[in-house]
Design a protein around this ligand. Structure first.
Ligand code: NAD
Length: 512
């Protein structure tokens, strides 16, 4: 459990020079969990400077030696997984099952980049301007200091899935976790230092987004942000003024399509698993279900059976299917969306109320029908355990309605035929599409980049892109003999003719 000694050790890792603190909430009880230090913009400036110093040395460390630290970190994460889950659950109120999946995600990230990074970061020979006469290479140079800003819903996974490739690529990182969920992130940071990360390379600052987050955006060399679309826009505008790069992993209003040829029971079980994962506070969770009319009644009956069977509890074992919402603010948003829908004529098939008997922020898994465009939950992200089901007459209608949103993060398609699912997936405007699953297999397939289209983001995590975004490509080209400047004795017209002849030869022989 979380002792004062543990909190003190973790808080020591925060770059904060004053005695100012925040109280965080023990979500299952509503009591105070911990006092965490508050950093100031001056602390951020110092953290960035200290990180910059260390980064200069780190950039010269061989990639294999950098990776060795993360291999040790992998072992430490497995060894301390239970305690990390305890902290994660107290700070977020999520179920142990969700906490387990969350702690596992960075293990996949380490496994993937430990294998792929040495080749991806190695200098690559490229075709020179004139084969044999020009030698060209592409280098991957770290950005410098990466600012990583993360939200409260998956505070451990999202921080480490981004920090790991940024550090392996040779950068330093200044990390700002959400205040409420700082301890679990600090736990991981502490383990990373135990694994041998050079002191100072990973700095943690804590504070309000508009103050401390902004100070990072104004000083770091690259920003990796995960959070709401609203904040993402502000960060992009600010980073744009400084001409520094950024990647943004933002919100969604994800569709799930149950096609006429779906295995209805598999679709019902899969939909429950993904819609109510982390109490629906998952950016990839579907909130809109489009079900083909031929199987609609059957699907709704089975889906409701599964929802009603869910076990909600505030516990540190694996018995609960779903835990709590994370905050009063989140509970209020969910209540507002459901009450608004109810008042405007939606039907509540199940759920629709808070469960204070379980904990202060618990809310029932809720299923709505008859949801119309004037209702808040129609196209705004609820980010809670609330889904709307829509009957569709054709597959084309399902695709059109799935795409009728400003978001484009994740989508799911259920069909007995993977090929059929793939054909539908290709027509969906979403950065990730899961077939016969909601969000797990795409997230776990670290070799393929994932992220948002439209208002759901810019840039990708995972895959080569998820590593290389933390680097600048550098083109180094050398002419082996003087080519570009003709000798003084050669009339320039002759030089032009000679060069044109050479270009023709290259084109004809297609020299690569
Ligand atoms: P948020 O945008 O309010 O906050 C996210 C982080 O940004 C926090 O650390 C916050 O302190 C900081 N922040 C806030 N204002 C800032 C500013 N002006 N400048 C710099 N930093 C600032 O989002 P949230 O409510 O914490 O998170 C929920 C949202 O995140 C949902 O929309 C969800 O869909 C999205 N999300 C997306 C992904 C993804 O991978 N696409 C993953 C998880 C969550």
């Amino acid at each position: 459990m979380i002792t004062d000694a543990l909190v003190a050790r973790l808080c020591d890792r925060v770059a904060a020079s004053t005695a100012d603190t925040f109280n965080t909430v023990d979500v299952f009880t509503g009591g105070t969990l911990a006092k965490v230090p508050r950093s100031s913009p001056e602390d951020v400036a110092e953290a960035v400077e200290a990180a910059r110093e260390t980064q200069r040395v780190w950039a010269g460390v061989a990639v294999a030696d950098r990776i060795a630290i993360f291999e040790r970190f992998h072992g430490l994460l497995l060894k301390h997984a239970e305690e990390i889950m305890d902290v994660l659950q107290s700070e977020t109120g999520k179920s142990r099952r969700d906490a387990f999946l969350e702690v596992s995600a960075p293990l996949v990230t380490i496994g993937y980049y430990a294998r792929k990074a040495p080749k991806l970061l190695a200098p690559q020979r490229r075709q020179g301007m004139l084969p044999g006469l020009v030698k060209t290479s592409e280098l991957r140079v770290p950005k410098g200091v990466v600012g990583t800003i993360t939200p409260w819903n998956y505070p451990f996974a999202l921080a480490f899935m981004d920090i790991i490739p940024a550090l392996i690529a040779g950068n330093a990182v200044v990390l700002k976790p959400d205040t409420q969920t700082a301890l679990c992130t600090l736990y991981g940071v502490d383990l990373l230092y135990q694994a041998g990360l050079p002191q100072g390379l990973l700095q943690v600052v804590i504070g309000d987004g508009p103050v401390v987050g902004t100070a990072i955006v104004d000083t770091a060399d690259y920003i990796g942000f995960t959070g709401s679309t609203r904040t993402g826009r502000e960060i992009a505008a600010r980073a744009g003024r400084r001409l520094v790069g950024y990647s943004l992993e933002l919100g969604g209003k994800n569709p799930l399509l149950v096609l006429a040829d779906a295995n209805v029971q598999q679709a019902a079980v899969g939909a429950v698993q993904t819609c109510f994962s982390n109490s629906g506070q998952l950016c990839m969770s579907p909130e809109r279900l489009f079900v083909h009319t031929e199987i609609y009644d059957d699907f709704v009956r089975r889906f409701l059976d599964e929802v009603k069977r869910m076990n909600l509890a505030a516990g540190y074992d694996y018995s609960a299917d779903m835990g709590s919402l994370t905050s009063q603010r989140q509970l209020e948003t969910v209540q507002k969306h459901v009450e608004d829908a109810r008042a405007k004529g939606a039907t509540v098939l199940t759920g629709g109320k808070a469960m204070p008997e379980l904990g202060p922020f618990f809310y029932e898994p809720t299923v709505l029908t008859d949801v119309t465009p004037e209702m808040l939950c129609y196209d705004n992200e609820t980010f809670g355990p609330v889904v709307s089901i829509y009957r569709v007459a054709t597959e084309a209608e399902a695709i059109d309605r799935a795409n009728a949103t400003s978001y484009g993060l994740n989508a799911s398609v259920f069909s007995k035929s993977i090929e059929h699912g793939e054909r539908v997936a290709a027509q969906l405007k979403a950065g990730t599409v899961h077939i016969n699953d909601g969000h797990v297999v795409g997230l776990g397939s670290a070799d393929a980049p994932m992220g948002g289209m439209k208002d759901s983001g810019i840039g990708r995590r995972n895959g080569a892109e998820g590593l290389l975004k933390y680097t600048e490509s550098q083109n180094i080209s050398a002419q082996r003999v003087p080519l570009v400047t003709p000798p003084r004795w050669l009339p320039f017209g002759w030089y032009v003719k000679g060069m044109q002849g050479l270009l023709r030869l290259i084109r004809r022989t297609n020299i690569r």
